[in-house]
Design a protein. Structure first.
Length: 189
């Protein structure tokens, strides 16, 4: 196992362990980020190739942990030495969380656990008063995860993805209460 620059200690959840990314995670990143779902809902290069994954694992992620930009990314695993199930990251400038799962890890409740675990870390260790989440319209899986992790829905706003207009959904998790402007979650079935 070749660990790269990242968190010094794992963060233990109920179903997941959040760790540093490893060199051997590159293939799993390619598999996850080159799916039709990833191309539609993530801000990744299209088409997504091995060079993109290598830059993410070897360049972008370690640079964040060295303080060269504002995003800290953890690997999501089902066990300390297990394969990469996905990633979850905190953008410190915006107080925002982002995540994705490898297709083989979906449907197991791993991401909701990872999100609750990392938000608890942000609230307890980083003392963030709130964590923001957003997704592109149609990403019902991400919306279900945010709702299951205790986020409060705030609504939609218009944005762009790859130069095209899109609708984004927003929610927030506030330490110690519900935020002003809370709205009911839309139907997620």
């Amino acid at each position: 196992m070749t660990a790269l620059a990242g968190p010094m200690l794992p963060i233990m959840g109920g179903k997941v362990v959040l760790t540093a990314l490893r060199e051997e995670d590159v293939d799993r990143v390619v598999e996850a980020c080159s799916t039709e779902q990833a191309e539609r809902f993530l801000e990744v290069p299209v088409p997504y190739g091995r060079t993109d994954a290598e830059e993410f694992v070897r360049g972008f992620v370690p640079a964040g942990w060295r303080g060269e930009h504002d995003e800290r990314v953890w690997a999501i695993r089902e066990s300390l030495r297990g394969p990469l199930a996905g990633v979850i990251g905190l953008r410190t400038d915006e107080g925002e969380v982002g995540f994705w799962l490898h297709p083989s890890a979906q449907g197991k409740g791993l991401m909701a656990d990872a999100l609750r675990t990392l938000v608890g870390h942000a609230e307890g260790c980083l003392t963030w008063p709130e964590v923001i989440w957003s997704c592109f319209d149609g990403n019902l899986g991400s919306m279900r995860v945010a709702k299951a992790a205790g986020f409060t829905y705030l609504g939609t706003r218009e944005g762009t993805q790859r130069g095209e207009p899109v609708t984004q959904h927003f929610a927030v998790r506030v330490a110690g209460g519900a935020p002003a402007g809370a709205r009911p979650w839309p139907r997620l079935d």
